[in-house]
Design a protein around this ligand. Structure first.
Ligand code: AMP
Length: 397
C-alpha cells in the first residue's frame, strides 16, 4: 500500500490541497476550493486522468473537505492517506519547527492568531475540519515563520521600546520560510556544496514577495516583519513605507486603523502604482507595449528588490548565489533581468539568452559563466510540508 500525505493550505475563503506520495514526492491529486463562505463555491481537481471542477452548493470548508474525500474515494486513493499536513502562516516565537498537532499546539496557534488575524483563524478552521473528517490520522502544522526563528536579535528587533517586544511580541518574524527551506537546499545541490557551507540570498516573488539571507541553510535576515506587509513591493501591498504615512493618511483621509491597513495591504503595490493591475504578467505585457505607468510600477518593484538583495548580503558577508522563486521569480525574465543589471557590483552578470529561454518547471542558471551564480528554482512548499508531516508522523522508514 502506498503512503501519501494530504497537504492542506486553508484560507478564509479558499482551501488548496495536494496529495503527495511520500516515496516519489509527486503530487498525485491537487485542487483548489474557492469562494467558500459566499453563495456558491467551486472546487477544481487535477489528476493524471484530467482536470475538472464542480460547484459546491454549501460553499463551506466542511463541504470542500467532503468533496475532497469523495474524490479520493472515487479515485481509490483514500486509504493511502496516512497523515495530513497543514500550512500555518504564523507560529510566533513558540514554533521553531513543524509540530504534530494536539490540543496544546492548537492553543498556541490560536495565541498567534492576533499576529496573523487574516490567516491563522482560517488555518485553525482547516485543522478542525481535517481532524473531524480524518479522525485517527496524525496531523502536522508547518509554519511559514519557523525557518526565520534563527535570525539574530540585531535582525529581528525593531528600534521601539523593548517592552513592546517583551509584552506584545512586536518584532520581525518573516514569512515564506517553507519555500526558503526548500529552495536553499535545492540551491546547495545545484551548486555542488554542502548546505552548511552556502551563503545565498533568495527572492520569493509571488503576489506576496520577500527576500531572505540564508547562511548555512539558516535564515539570518529577511524583508518581511511582524506582518507580511514589510519589505518588497508586492501585488497589492506597499512593502516598506515611512510609518509616519500611517498617521498622515489617517488624518488627511479621515481613515481609522482598518482603513489605512486596508489601503496599504490591498490597494497599494503594483496595483496602486500602475493603476492597471496587481498581476505582474499583465503589467509586463503593458510595459512591453509601452505603457508608462506599467513600466514605472515594474521599475519601483525591481529597484526596491535590488536594494533589499544588496542589503541582505550584509548579513552574509559574501554571496555564493542569488536565487529566484515564486510565480514572478520563476517566470518573469523581464524583472529578473532588471534586478540582475542593478546588482552588477555584487559580481552578478546576466546570461540574457539563458534568462529568456528559461522554461518554468526546470531549475536552472541564468548568470554568465564568470558571474556569481543566479539560479531560478521552482519552489515546492507542498513537498516540504509533506516531508515534515511524514517525519513527525513516523512514516519515513
Ligand atoms: P504566486 O503568488 O507565486 O502564484 O505568483 C503570482 C504572480 O506571478 C502574479 O503576479 C503573476 O502575474 C506572476 N506570473 C505568473 N506567470 C508569469 C509570467 N509568465 N510572467 C510574468 N509573471 C508571471
Amino acid at each position: 500500500m502506498k503512503s501519501r500525505i494530504l497537504v492542506i493550505n486553508c484560507g478564509s475563503s479558499s482551501l488548496k490541497f495536494a496529495l503527495i506520495d511520500t516515496a516519489s514526492g509527486d503530487a498525485v491529486l491537487t485542487g483548489l476550493a474557492e469562494k467558500l463562505g459566499l453563495a456558491e463555491g467551486v472546487i477544481s481537481f487535477k489528476h493524471e486522468s484530467g482536470k475538472d471542477s464542480q460547484p459546491l452548493t454549501e460553499a463551506s470548508h466542511d463541504a470542500a473537505m467532503h468533496a475532497i474525500i469523495s474524490r479520493l474515494r472515487s479515485l481509490d486513493l483514500l486509504d493511502s492517506v496516512k497523515a495530513v499536513g497543514h500550512r500555518v502562516v504564523h507560529g510566533g516565537e513558540h514554533f521553531k519547527a513543524s509540530a504534530l498537532i494536539d490540543d496544546t499546539v492548537v492553543a498556541e496557534i490560536e495565541k498567534c492568531a492576533k499576529l496573523a488575524p487574516l490567516h491563522n483563524p482560517a488555518h485553525l478552521l482547516g485543522i478542525r475540519t481535517a481532524v473531524q473528517q480524518f479522525p485517527g490520522l496524525p496531523q502536522v502544522a508547518v509554519f511559514d515563520t519557523a525557518f526565520h526563528q534563527s535570525m539574530p536579535e540585531q535582525a529581528y528587533l525593531y528600534a521601539v521600546p523593548m517592552s513592546l517586544y517583551r509584552d506584545h511580541g512586536v518584532r520581525r518574524y518573516g514569512f515564506h520560510g517553507t519555500s526558503y527551506r526548500y529552495v536553499s537546499a535545492e540551491a546547495a545541490r545545484m551548486l555542488g556544496k554542502p548546505l552548511a557551507e552556502t551563503a545565498v540570498v533568495c527572492a520569493h516573488l509571488g503576489n506576496g514577495a520577500s527576500a531572505a539571507a540564508i547562511l548555512g541553510g539558516k535564515s539570518v535576515d529577511t524583508t518581511m516583519g511582524l506582518t507580511p506587509l514589510e519589505g518588497l513591493v508586492m501585488g497589492t501591498r506597499s512593502g516598506d513605507i515611512d510609518p509616519g504615512v500611517f498617521g498622515y493618511l489617517a488624518s488627511e483621509l479621515k481613515l481609522d486603523v482598518n482603513g489605512v491597513t486596508d489601503l496599504l495591504n490591498k490597494q497599494s503595490g503594483l496595483l496602486g502604482l500602475s493603476e492597471i493591475s496587481s498581476d505582474c504578467r499583465e503589467l509586463e505585457d503593458a510595459a512591453l507595449a509601452g505603457d508608462a505607468a506599467a513600466i514605472l510600477a515594474l521599475e519601483v518593484f525591481s529597484y526596491r528588490l535590488a536594494k533589499h538583495i544588496a542589503a541582505l548580503t550584509v548579513a552574509l558577508g559574501r554571496l555564493d548565489a542569488l536565487l529566484f522563486t515564486g510565480g514572478i521569480g520563476e517566470n518573469s525574465s523581464y524583472l529578473r533581468a532588471r534586478v540582475m543589471k542593478q546588482l552588477g557590483f555584487l559580481g552578478l552578470k546576466l546570461d540574457e539568452a539563458a534568462n529568456n529561454a528559461f522554461i518554468r518547471g526546470k531549475a536552472g542558471r541564468i548568470s554568465a559563466t564568470d558571474s556569481v551564480p543566479a539560479l531560478v528554482i521552482n519552489t515546492n512548499e507542498e513537498l516540504m510540508i509533506a516531508q515534515d508531516t511524514a517525519t513527525l508522523a513516523g512514516l519515513d522508514a
